[in-house]
Design a protein around this ligand. Structure first.
Ligand code: GLC
Length: 449
């Protein structure tokens, strides 16, 4: 990241834009990795040159004998039951010692999860002792001093984690969370209808128009930023210049990617309803058995095979395809357990975050729920190998996935992308006008610091 700013500058940008401290209900998230389109995992991590001081730092030993009590764990809607199960397992394991956790479910939308957490932190509330924080929010939340610095804990655990998810908690030379799950999307297809999955987006859309269609996340929220950038990055597009200072959203490559997606809806490759879909709606339409292709995160495989799903036993996954004349690209998603500085029981909060990252839980997360584990060991588990045919492919996908842009004004950047892209997909504006508008919105956001 070349935009090197200290906390003062972040705070100033936030004041001007009402960005980092909430105040907008629909904003995206904060970037946490290196500049757009470049790979994560740089040795120093993102946010170098920034110093975040004056926060609370965790004592790793505090989790061994914390005060008795109950901590609250806030995360997005538990669509597959995994959050209920991890809380139940934790409570069974530690009940006798007087420890428990309580699940607080936030809405399915990443944007709404962010807004609810920000509201609580601004009120200095301890409503969320532990929060399941999207990978894109580390750079936004850490400079606000809302998170415990977990560096001493992570230092002892580092070698257990896969590098890419670990980098998403690494910001300004410190570790602000514990990776809990990662994410990199797949192309889902009905194996009873498609013999070999197409390897270009163009071929996918062509087949989809002829047979069954493709569904994805096209509603105006963070998920659409991911879905669009997968196609745009594959077409050779970028969001920001390599030095992170200029918008490059209005490029011929991005126009081409967006036009391709607009045509996909016009030509019937994708139903117009995708412009209202987030992940749960996409999974529901897949379960209806109607569609032949779907873009979604790995957890959808588990959902597709649940009782009642008409795609049960008929669902297969493939790597996201390439854009013709371009390349392949995936976006790195995922969540980290962050500990609120307003918790009254940091030791118990750490104990819970540590349990979420334990091999004991990570192999259930992957083996039973097909959610992307963050520890190396989980992928070697025999049950995982048996139940998740694509486990090795998934581990590779997260290591190759690209981060979303890093900037203290990432919420505005993402919003500029998903609102204008959604307008274009819904037929309210052209690809050119949508990206021109996104460009001017991103440029004004960048100019404020
Ligand atoms: C998934 C990803 C997350 C992303 C979100 C968008 O939850 O893990 O990183 O921001 O989808 O909807």
């Amino acid at each position: 990241m070349k935009v090197r700013i200290g906390f003062g500058a972040v705070a100033a940008a936030c004041l001007v834009l009402a960005a980092c401290g909430g105040g907008d209900d629909s904003g995206g998230g904060g970037g946490s990795s290196s500049s757009s389109g470049s790979s994560s995992g740089s040795s120093g991590g993102a946010g170098q040159g920034q110093e975040i001081t004056g926060t609370k730092t965790i004592d790793p030993n505090s989790m061994n004998n914390p005060p008795k009590g109950t901590i609250r764990y806030c995360q997005g809607k538990d669509t597959n039951g995994s959050a209920h199960e991890v809380v139940k397992l934790f409570n069974e394991k530690y009940k006798a010692q007087g420890y428990s956790a309580k699940l607080v479910e936030f809405p399915a939308s990443a944007d709404q999860q962010r807004t609810l957490f920000i509201q609580r932190q601004q009120a200095k509330s301890d409503d969320c002792d532990v929060f399941s924080s999207d990978v894109i929010w580390t750079a936004e939340f850490a400079p606000q001093k809302w998170l415990y610095d977990l560096t001493p804990y992570v230092a002892q655990q580092k070698s257990r984690f896969i590098q890419a998810p670990l980098e998403t908690v690494h910001y300004a030379n410190k570790y602000w969370g514990i990776p809990s799950s990662s994410d990199a999307a797949f192309l889902y297809y009905r194996k009873d209808r498609v013999k070999t999955p197409p390897t270009s987006w163009q071929a996918v859309y062509q087949q989809a128009a002829q047979q069954g269609g493709i569904v994805y996340q096209g509603a105006p929220y963070e998920g659409l930023t991911c879905d669009f950038l997968e196609v745009a990055f594959a077409a050779g597009g970028k969001v920001l210049s390599d030095d992170g200072t200029k918008s490059e959203i209005n490029s011929p490559q991005n126009v081409k990617a967006l036009q391709f997606m607009i045509d996909g809806i016009k030509n019937g490759s994708a139903p117009k309803a995708v412009t209202t879909y987030m992940e749960p709606e996409t999974d529901q339409s897949w379960a209806s058995g109607k569609y032949t292709f779907m873009r979604n995160w790995p957890g959808s495989y588990g959902l597709a095979n649940q009782p009642g799903s008409k795609s049960k036993g008929k669902t297969a996954v493939a790597a996201l395809p390439a854009f013709e004349g371009g390349t392949k690209a995936g976006i790195l998603g995922g969540h980290n357990s962050v500990i609120s500085v307003y918790t009254k029981n940091p030791g118990l909060s750490l104990k819970f975050g540590d349990f979420l990252a334990s091999d004991e839980w990570q192999k259930i997360l992957l083996g039973k729920y097909t959610l992307t584990a963050v520890t190396n060991k989980a992928y070697d588990d025999p049950t995982v190998k048996k139940n998740v045919p694509f486990a090795a492919q998934l581990k590779q996908a997260i290591s190759q996935a690209k981060p979303r842009p890093v900037s203290p004004v990432y919420p505005q950047i993402s919003q500029a992308i998903y609102k204008n892209v959604n307008d274009a997909l819904a037929g309210r504006t052209s690809a050119q006008d949508a990206l021109k508008k996104a460009d001017s919105q991103i440029s004004s956001a960048l100019q404020t610091f």
